[in-house]
Design a protein around this ligand. Structure first.
Ligand SMILES: Nc1ncnc2c1ncn2[C@@H]1O[C@H](COP(=O)(O)OP(=O)(O)OP(=O)(O)O)[C@@H](O)[C@H]1O
Ligand SMILES: N[C@@H](CCO)C(=O)O
Length: 310
């Protein structure tokens, strides 16, 4: 019986100024999917571990099977698979949980089908799954989870994605306060129309961030980590946001923003040495708010989803 296992990493979407068009991948945290090729057609989600029983096993609701089905439809294939999913990410946390499942499933299915697709060409299938999970066909989690590193989504129709360089020493601390926020709820507070002055500010910052990544210019990266489109509206959904942000910047962060649609916050720094300081400062604030906190430290994962050799 043919079987393979694949891993896909957690991701930070938006990266402050890049709403829906920028994201990066994290090390170690992520989802694992094992696929077994069946003799008969049909996708069956056999088991899910690590989700506390919250995720759907139905093949038209789980992002693993939705993504694989989109891929099989594109090929005109009736190949069947049994799917075993291990969630390594908290749900609704803003770390790209639904995306990691879809990407790991696609990488595994592509391998079992004899690699009919280049890795980049799996992206449209992952986007179909993301739309099903959170109502929006955004690619800023699935693209970095698939390709690794920082990824720019220049256009969606069709997807045009560009891998950006990762400056040596750029590190990320994730602060995950213990409450859940769904992407659809976080999107519902956003404005439909953006004033011209905000569009100009945001474009300047996206361009500055990308130039900073190309030039390994940490000062420029820091100046550009500003968001006038989503953060001002989403901050009200995140207890303690402004206090934590001020504390992180005082502690030496290059910048702090909402990871995806939250509630996890990402803190970028030059080097790993500030990680513990960020954690202890944030913990004091969340303790006062009566909220638990998990912290993760990660380099930028430049590989993206891949097979696990067993
Ligand atoms: N394998 C999966 N199949 C179906 N739904 C999933 C799967 N994994 C996660 N989800 C669900 O997808 C929904 C969308 O996730 P949501 O986008 O809110 O959070 P996230 O993926 O952690 O982060 P982000 O804000 O970065 O997208 C959540 O309700 C989550 O429980
Ligand atoms: N760009 C999306 C990411 C969700 O993870 C949003 O901010 O709604």
């Amino acid at each position: 019986m043919k079987r393979v296992k694949a891993f896909a990493p957690a991701t930070v979407a938006n990266v402050s100024c890049g709403f829906d068009i920028l994201g990066f991948a994290l090390d170690s945290l992520g989802d694992t999917v094992e696929l077994v090729a069946k003799e008969s057609p049909g996708l069956t989600v056999k088991s899910i571990k690590g989700d506390g029983g919250k995720l759907p096993l139905e093949e038209d609701k789980n992002t693993c099977s939705i993504a694989i089905q989109a891929m099989l439809d594109a090929m005109g294939s009736k190949q069947g698979f049994d799917i075993y999913l291990e969630k390594g990410l908290p749900l609704g946390s803003g770390m790209g949980s639904s995306a990691a499942s879809a990407v790991a499933a696609l990488v595994a299915a592509n391998e079992l089908l004899g690699n009919p697709f280049d890795k980049k060409d799996l992206l449209p299938f992952a986007i179909v799954a993301e739309k099903a999970a959170c109502g929006a066909a955004h690619a800023d989690n699935v693209a970095p989870s698939l390709l690794g590193g920082f990824v720019l989504i220049r256009d969606y129709f069709p997807p045009d994605v560009i891998k950006l360089p990762v400056p040596e020493g750029l590190c990320c601390t994730l602060l995950h306060p213990h409450y859940q926020l769904n992407t659809s709820d976080s999107r519902s507070v956003l404005r439909e129309r953006i004033p011209l002055k905000d569009a100009i500010t945001q474009s300047g910052n996206v361009a500055g961030l990308i130039a900073g990544l190309f030039q390994s210019d940490f000062e420029l990266i820091s100046r550009s980590l500003k968001d006038v489109i989503a953060e001002p509206y989403r901050a009200s959904l995140l207890p303690g946001f402004e206090t934590v942000k001020s504390a992180m910047l005082r502690a030496g962060a290059l910048g702090m923003g909402i990871s995806g649609s939250g509630p996890t916050l990402f803190v970028l720094s030059k080097g790993a040495h500030l990680h513990e300081k960020f954690g202890s400062e944030a913990k004091k604030i969340y303790d006062q708010l009566g909220l638990g906190l998990d912290m993760y430290f990660s380099k930028i994962n430049t590989q993206g989803g891949g097979l696990i050799q067993s």
